[in-house]
Design a protein around this ligand. Structure first.
Ligand code: ATP
Ligand code: MG
Length: 412
């Protein structure tokens, strides 16, 4: 894509009304735009990143037997009254129809998926079943001041699995835990698997936490085994479950959360099935959330330098940032265009900075946007291409074929 055709612009300075590092970097880099506290537009660059994150999540959910669906964001109040959460869910956004009826704007979907499944589950033969969606969620967060980390409108993958018995549920829980680890590996996010208290609806809960100074959670974890405990369940005697070593205290961001659900929702919505002996039995279920937009904020928090974001290759908006300088020279222009075409023909995602702006501005934008490879063509490069990786200072002059090799060689 040509830079000149990209909707959204980088900004010379970070926004003054944002406190968090991720909001500053993502707004300055032209990834998101703020509409209000905790409400952001995903600009074309930001949407590319979001789609990549969500596709990774989608691939791993599919690989673990999840089947995608899409539930409504507008929930009749009756569903939330049945579970009692119309009054008890603090962050529930509510609205009234002019034509009668009250609605919740979906912060999570137990209230929808349980009654939905009562249409499809009647016998043990209908189980197990695992359904997920990737959707916009709404929560009336009190402190929405941390950019994409805590929004009032945000993106989440939520999967719900339904089983005949606890053994089957626990087996699936383990498969999901592994799927989460694969996702975070692909996102190059180092997570700490953290035990947390289950709360009202769950027996136990496991969070996937990323250690970051700006994290709102406090965890105690073993730096070697990367296993931790959330503050709520920590007692001074706690040691690492894996190696018995000491635990260290740190701030962290919860990027994912998985837990087996107690019977509460199955009871509320009478979600039962006939077991093998013909007895009506309540289903066992698990719930698995992952904040796809929070992931982007978290990566910006932990992977940047003073010039801008350093994207992992798997979710970078483009793979190559092609810059032409001295474009008044027909020779330079021709080489830049040829290189652009060759990369596109090879299926490489490339952002081609064809703008008539200073070299300084182009370089600053390349660092700010944080695409893995920067390829510069100018009078100085003498018919070659100056290649630099975002996370390195070393530059190398290469021919177009070497450029292709370098990029492809690094393809995972
Ligand atoms: P938190 O404790 O941070 O408020 P939560 O435990 O209430 O989060 P869950 O209900 O477990 O969140 O939601 C699943 C995932 O959705 C979280 O692990 C997180 O990644 C993401 N998420 C939750 N709330 C927000 C929010 N306000 N903005 C962005 N992402 C969020
Ligand atoms: Mg949670």
């Amino acid at each position: 894509m040509k830079f000149s055709e990209l909707g959204g612009k980088t900004q010379r300075n970070p926004p003054k009304d944002e406190e968090s590092v991720n909001a500053k970097l993502l707004i300055q880099g032209g990834f998101i735009n703020k509409l209000g506290a905790g409400i952001y537009t995903f600009l074309p660059l930001g949407l590319k990143v979001l789609n990549k994150v969500e596709n990774i999540v989608r691939e791993e959910m599919n690989a673990s037997g999840g089947v995608e669906l899409l539930m409504p964001a507008l929930h009749p109040a009756e569903n939330w009254n049945i579970t009692g959460r119309w009054d008890s869910f603090d962050a529930l956004l509510k609205t009234k129809s002019n034509f009668g009826g009250e609605y919740a704007i979906g912060p999570t979907h137990e209230e929808i998926i349980y009654p939905l499944l009562s249409h499809f589950i009647s016998s043990y033969k209908d189980l197990p079943i695992s359904l997920y969606q990737i959707q916009t969620k709404f929560r009336d967060e009190k402190r929405a001041k941390s950019g994409l980390m805590r929004c009032r409108e945000f993106r989440m993958k939520d999967l719900y699995s339904f089983h005949e018995n606890t053994e089957d549920r626990d087996q699936y829980y383990e498969a999901m835990r592994k799927a989460y680890l694969k996702i975070f590996k692909r996102l190059e996010l180092e997570v700490v698997e953290t035990k947390a208290s289950g709360g009202t609806f769950s027996e136990l809960s496991q969070e996937f936490q990323v250690v970051a100074p700006s994290g709102e959670d406090t965890i105690y974890y073993c730096s070697k085994c990367r296993i931790g405990i959330n503050k709520e369940v920590y007692s001074r005697k706690e040691k690492c479950q894996e190696c018995g070593g000491p635990l260290i205290k740190d701030n962290a961001v919860e990027v994912g959360n998985i837990f087996p659900l107690k019977k509460k929702f199955a009871e509320d919505f009478k979600l039962t099935f006939k077991d093998k002996s013909g007895k009506e039995t309540l289903v066992e279920a698990g719930c698995y959330g992952l904040g796809t937009s929070r992931v982007i904020g978290t990566i910006a928090e932990v992977s940047h330098d003073s010039e801008g974001i350093i994207w992992p290759r798997s979710i970078a908006p483009f793979l190559v940032h092609l810059i032409e300088l001295d474009a008044k020279s027909a020779k330079i222009k021709a080489l830049a265009q040829k290189t652009y075409k060759k990369l596109l023909d090879a299926g490489v995602e490339v952002l081609y900075d064809d703008r008539d702006v200073s070299a300084g501005e182009k370089f600053a934008d390349a660092d700010l946007i944080g695409i893995p490879f920067r390829a510069v063509i100018s009078e100085k490069t003498g018919g070659k291409i100056e290649l630099k990786e975002r996370n390195s200072k070393t530059m190398k002059l290469v021919k177009i074929d070497e450029l292709m090799k370098k990029i492809n060689g690094d393809t995972r």
